[in-house]
Design a protein around this ligand. Structure first.
Ligand code: NAD
Ligand code: TDX
Length: 337
C-alpha cells in the first residue's frame, strides 16, 4: 500500500492504524516533507520491516513513475496535499501544483503501471458552506461542489479529475470527503493544536471574527477506520462522506480548551476574520453508514481530552515545530491582525 503524505497529520495516523489492523501489509510512505511533514512522527515505524519511506514530490512525474515501476503498489491512498486554508489565501499557486497537478501525476502513474485501487482523500470543504440558520441542512454526496477558498477549489479540482479518470479510463477509484479532524500529530497552525500551544504559553488565543463559525469535528482514528473500510468494501466510482454529527462553534472549542488547561478566557482575542470564511460545515454520513456500516466510535468529550493530554505529553514534538520556520508564518499571519 502506497500512502502519500504519510508524514503529515492524518496520513501518519493512518499508517499507525493500518499497521495495527493489518500487520501483514507492506506499507510505503511517499512524502515531500514540506513544512507540514515531519519524519519524527514516523519514528516508531522507520525500522519496521513492513515499512518504507521515500522522500518525493507527488507532482514530480519522473520520481513518481520510478517509484511505481520499482515498488509496484497494489493500492494507493493519497493524503498528500497542501492543507491549510489560510496559507492558500496567502499563496494559492503551490496548492494547485500539489493538490491538482500532483493528483494528476499519481492518476497517470496508475494508468501506466496499473493499480487495484486508488483512493483520494478529499474534504467536506468542496461543498462550500451552509447557513447558520438552517440546522436542518447537511452535505450529502449529491450536494453540488461550490468552493470558497483556493484550498477547497484545488481539492474539488482533484476530485473532478478522479471522476474523469474513473469514467474515461476505468481506473478503480474511490473518494472520501471528511469533516474537520482532530487528534495527535496535527500541525499547530490548525485551530485545536494552535489554541492548546498558545494557551500553554499564556499567549493570546486568536479567534477569527466572532468565533461563531461551526465545524463538524471527527477524531482522526475514526477517519482512518472509514478509509480502511472503503478500501475493503467501497464501490469503485463512489464518493463517501465521513463525519460524526459533532458540530461545534469555534468559540466553544476555544473555551473548552481554556477550561481543560486551567487557563483564563481572558486570553481569547478576537482578530480579523478569514477572507471568504465558510460559516458552517456539516456532513450527513448516512450513506457510508448504510453501505459499509461505518460509525464513529470516539465521543468528542473523550477524543478532545485524549488530544489535549497528547499535546501535554509530547511537547518536544510540537515545540520543535513552533521554534522553526513556523515562527515567521505566525508573525505574517497574526502579527498585525
Ligand atoms: P497535513 O498538512 O498535516 O499533511 C500533508 C502531508 O503531505 C505532509 O506530510 C506534507 O509533507 C505532504 N505533502 C505536501 N505536499 C506534498 C507533495 N507535493 N508531495 C508529497 N507530499 C506532500 O495535512 P492533513 O491534515 O494530514 O490532511 C491530509 C489530507 O486529508 C489532505 O489531502 C487534506 O486535504 C485532507 N483532509 C484533511 C482534513 C483535516 O481536518 N485536517 C479534513 C478532511 C480532509
Ligand atoms: O487561529 C485560528 N483562529 C480561528 O478562529 C485558526 C487557525 C482557525 N480559526 C477558525 C477558522 C475555522 O473556522 O477555526 C476553524 C478551523 O480552522 P482550521 O483549523 O484552519 O480548519 P478549517 O479551515 O476548518 O479546515 C480544516 O478542515 C477541513 C483543515 O485544515 C482542512 O485541511 C480540511 O479539509
Amino acid at each position: 500500500m502506497l500512502i502519500t503524505g504519510g508524514a503529515g497529520f492524518i496520513g501518519s495516523n493512518f499508517i499507525f492504524y493500518i499497521h495495527r489492523k493489518h500487520p501483514d501489509y507492506n506499507l510505503l510512505c511517499l512524502d515531500k516533507l514540506t513544512y507540514a511533514g515531519n519524519l519524527a512522527t514516523l519514528d516508531s515505524m522507520i525500522n519496521n520491516k513492513k515499512f518504507k519511506f521515500i522522500r518525493a514530490d507527488i507532482a514530480n512525474r519522473t520520481a513518481v513513475y520510478e517509484i511505481f515501476k520499482t515498488e509496484k503498489p497494489d493500492v494507493i491512498v493519497n493524503f498528500a496535499a497542501e492543507s491549510h486554508v489560510d496559507r492558500s489565501i496567502e499563496n494559492p499557486a503551490v496548492f494547485l501544483e500539489t493538490n491538482v497537478m500532483g493528483t494528476q501525476v499519481l492518476l497517470d502513474a496508475c494508468r501506466k503501471y496499473g493499480i487495484q485501487r486508488y483512493h483520494q482523500v478529499s474534504t467536506d470543504e468542496v461543498y462550500g458552506d451552509l447557513p447558520l440558520d438552517r440546522p436542518d441542512l447537511f452535505f450529502t454526496e449529491k450536494t453540488p461542489l461550490h468552493t470558497s477558498s483556493p484550498y477547497s477549489a484545488s481539492k474539488a479540482s482533484a476530485d473532478l479529475l478522479c471522476n474523469a479518470y474513473q469514467r474515461t479510463y476505468g481506473l478503480p477509484i474511490t473518494i472520501s470527503r471528511c469533516s474537520n479532524n482532530y487528534g495527535p500529530y496535527q500541525f499547530p497552525e490548525k485551530l485545536i493544536p494552535l489554541m492548546i500551544a498558545n494557551a500553554l504559553a499564556d499567549q493570546p488565543l486568536p479567534v477569527y471574527g466572532e468565533g461563531l463559525n461551526v465545524r463538524d469535528w471527527l477524531y482522526v482514528e475514526d477517519h482512518c477506520a472509514a478509509i480502511d473500510l472503503i478500501l475493503e468494501r467501497g464501490k469503485e466510482g463512489e464518493v463517501y462522506n465521513i463525519g460524526g454529527h459533532n458540530e461545534m462553534r469555534n468559540i466553544d472549542i476555544v473555551k473548552l480548551i481554556c477550561k481543560a488547561l486551567g487557563k483564563p478566557e481572558s486570553l481569547i482575542t478576537y482578530v480579523a476574520d478569514r477572507k471568504g470564511h465558510d460559516m458552517r460545515y456539516a456532513i450527513d454520513p448516512a450513506f457510508i453508514h448504510q453501505e459499509l456500516g461505518w460509525l464513529p466510535v470516539t465521543k468528542f468529550e473523550d477524543g478532545i481530552q485524549r488530544t489535549i493530554q497528547w499535546y501535554l505529553d509530547n511537547r518536544n514534538w510540537w515545540e520543535t515545530i513552533i521554534n522553526g520556520e513556523y515562527q515567521k508564518y505566525y508573525e505574517r499571519m497574526y502579527g498585525n491582525r
